[in-house]
Write a protein that binds this ligand. Sequence first.
Ligand code: NAP
Length: 293
Amino acid sequence: MSGIDDSGNEWEISGTTRVVGLIGYPATYSLSPAIHNAAYRAMGIDARYVVFPVQGDAVREAVAAIRALNLVGVSVTVPHKSAVVEYVDELTSAASRLSSVNWISNNDGTLVGDSTDGEGFLRALAQMHGVDVTGRHVAVLGAGGAARAIVGACVDAGCGQVTVMNRTQSAAIRLAELSPVIRVGSAPDVVSADVVVNATSVGMDGALVDEMPIDPSLLQPSQVVMDLVYSPNKTRLYTAARARGCEVSNGLGMLVHQAAAQIERWTGKPAPIDTMMRVVAPRVDDTDASEAT
Ligand code: NAP
């Protein structure tokens, strides 16, 4: 495709180069441009992915601009995932159920809001840990936007049991209303889970970096632990779970796979996961359990 020479070393912008955006705020430190652009390049797609830092009062205009500027679409991140719901023309069933959008497709002027976070989680779990959640017990710490996406995807994928634990019990109870497979639990329920997911903000850089969302002595060596936090790459939970003998990964796998799902929605072709994972590889901490303190 135009814009790329035979050796793949040039990647020029021309009059036909398409634009994909990310709207969020501040969003300027996002890894998504590197992940998406590496994929487009590997796929020979003449497009660029750029960040549009959009403040809250400009969200409506930003969504309208997708159509006006004939963008391919935009990813949507914090804090606009819920706000954009009312400005798109249609919602997919996943986005409608979650009232959250992380991808808006411009389908010939019709803006369709979608959510690929849940799919990204399931794909990351399968690719990085060889785990299919069908019939399994998944324990989810948290009941915010990411937790809702994960829980919904687990239910759709035929999870045997999903246990939700959250600081604010009422949010967990609301989440459990999605399906009878979901129950509200407490910390000791983690012991019987096959997969434990930290979908809280606990462990993120900043005020919560030294916190842990669960007592790690509850974790079992047979469990897969996925911490959706990826900044820092290795949270205290990540380190402690490794030390307990669990298989552990951070949120970079999900970040890559939710982007892959967006690219596949647009192109209809498989996204180059290996290329995309290589972009984040320097940040995927592979520290041995023996090094964990
Ligand atoms: P959110 O909607 O704001 O939800 C935050 C969740 O964290 C809530 O369950 C909240 O509990 C809990 N929480 C916050 N502070 C806490 C504390 N001090 N102690 C215990 N629980 C606390 O945020 P989100 O969008 O779901 O994101 C949650 C995490 O997932 C973030 O770390 C985010 O970076 C990560 N994430 C990763 C990806 C990825 O691709 N890897 C994608 C999306 C999100 P309450 O209900 O009690 O407030």
